[in-house]
Design a protein around this ligand. Structure first.
Ligand code: GAP
Length: 434
């Protein structure tokens, strides 16, 4: 884990936020490679959930939201964690995450003490004020989940799209939670991005769609390169269920510190739509013109976090192997997830190679995210590309000027193949298997 955090910073994936001021409370900034990878994670999710389906449409709701939404949804009352203070060292903890000793007593991970204050509910929502006056009438909340934006727009979507359950709305966006114990790098932060699908189904079909989505989502991670033995589905115990859920299963990943949640799949029933209908006085139901039937759909919700997914891909891909008797670090990332798909590398920075290298770069840029590197010896450049997970390197050498061909090097096998430039785009796209 330490090595990964080091690599993430050194290679420009993730930086501690406000580092020049000593950092700012478990917040992180994404660097040049981090934004590329983050975008690829979101694109891969969007492709799977929206592009390849005809019954799912997109949405992008506001982050700053009315207290009425959170009152109706139950978040103002129920979205709490149990907070305790250690009386010995004064550290604050989530009571449900503290270890216990042999007698079942909570133990402070900081000082080892067992003297805690009574657990009290702590609401995780960030409260702010809209406009110049900071009074109760100006209160707004930063959304703690994107989901409510789907529910309050249910009628709008039905009016504008010809959809019939089962259908879904998909959204990717920032959410905010005033977590008591953020940590484990970007695993638990106060500002994070979610990818959520709300899938509206006839109530009697909810159990079968719940199973369907558990399976679909597990397969998605596996297809993008997470080994099967590093992911599992863990159904929630009854006591763990959120206030809106009758069934939830987490997709968990084997993080270096143990199994941790990547994504939750919940059967939210008709809880949210009914709650918003009651609070707003609006009708939030589906009318089937074919049967004359009118009902409030149930909702199956696969909800994933961008940073956790990115972290899982990085951990699963991180490998140290040996090439020509030398140790190398390689990120065996799926081409769809890797920050760059191709690195264009002139063998030498001599002027004679650069015009052709630029031509090759321009040829590949429309089909792949390309890095272009003319610094250092070619072996060192290959190592750098391996370390950041670039699946293909295209090298332009002095022979290329005569034979109009370049060498493609494969990250995983390190095999090299000569390819004519006029067949390069085809050769690259077929290797990336998109
Ligand atoms: N709408 C349902 C919902 O928000 P959740 O399990 O609380 O469910 C869904 O969140 C996903 O969002 C989690 O599985 C996780 O990947 C991500 N997530 C939640 N809280 C997070 C945090 N504090 N930091 C980073 N990611 C978080």
């Amino acid at each position: 884990m330490e090595e990964l955090v080091r690599l993430a910073k050194a290679r420009g994936f993730v930086f501690p936020s406000a580092e020049i001021y000593g950092g700012f409370r478990s917040t992180y900034d994404y660097g040049p490679l981090g934004v590329l990878m983050e975008r690829n994670v979101k694109d891969a999710w969007w492709r799977e959930m929206v592009q390849l389906r005809q019954e799912v449409v997109g949405l992008d709701a506001a982050i700053l939201s009315s207290p009425k939404i959170w009152e109706a949804s139950g978040h103002l009352q129920n979205f709490t964690d149990p907070l305790v203070d250690c009386r010995t060292c004064k550290q604050r903890w989530r009571a449900d995450q503290l270890p216990t000793d042999d007698d079942g007593q909570l133990v402070c991970p900081n000082c080892g003490g067992s003297d805690f204050t009574e657990a009290r509910p702590f609401n995780l929502m960030f409260k702010t004020f809209v406009g110049p006056v900071e009074d109760e009438g100006a209160v707004a909340y930063l959304r703690p989940e994107t989901a409510q934006g789907h529910f309050v727009n249910f009628a709008n979507v039905l009016q504008t799209e010809h959809l019939r359950p089962p259908f879904g709305t998909a959204q990717i966006g920032k959410s905010f939670r005033n977590e008591i114990t953020p940590g484990n790098f970007v695993f638990r932060t106060r500002e994070f991005e979610q990818m959520e699908l709300e899938y509206f189904v006839p109530p009697d079909e909810a159990p079968q769609w719940f199973d369907y989505w558990c399976n679909e989502r597990l397969e998605w991670y596996a297809r993008l390169g997470i080994p099967r033995d590093m992911i599992r589905l863990r159904p929630h115990e009854k006591e763990e269920l959120s206030h809106y859920s009758v069934a939830t299963a987490d997709i968990e990943f084997a993080f270096p510190w143990g199994w941790g949640e990547l994504e939750g799949i919940a059967n939210r029933t008709d809880y949210d739509l009914k709650a918003h209908a009651a609070a707003s006085g609006q009708t939030l139901e589906y009318f089937d013109p074919a049967t004359g039937e009118r009902y409030v759909p149930y909702v199956i919700e696969p909800a994933a976090g961008v940073a956790r997914t990115m972290m899982a891909f990085l951990i699963a891909a991180y490998t140290v192997d040996e090439v020509a008797g030398e140790e190398r670090t390689v990120l065996r990332l799926h081409p769809r997830i890797a920050p760059y798909q191709v690195a264009v590398l002139p063998l030498s920075k001599k002027d004679t190679l650069l015009p052709l290298s630029q031509e090759v770069l321009k040829l590949l840029q429309p089909v792949a995210m390309c890095d272009y590197d003319i610094t250092r010896a070619i072996g060192r450049r290959y190592r750098r590309q391996d370390e950041i997970g670039t699946p293909l390197c295209v090298t332009i050498d002095f022979d290329s000027l005569d034979d109009k061909a370049v060498t493609i090097r494969d990250r995983d096998s390190t095999a090299q193949e000569r390819v004519p430039i006029d067949r390069l785009v085809e050769a690259v796209t077929s290797r990336l298997a998109w």
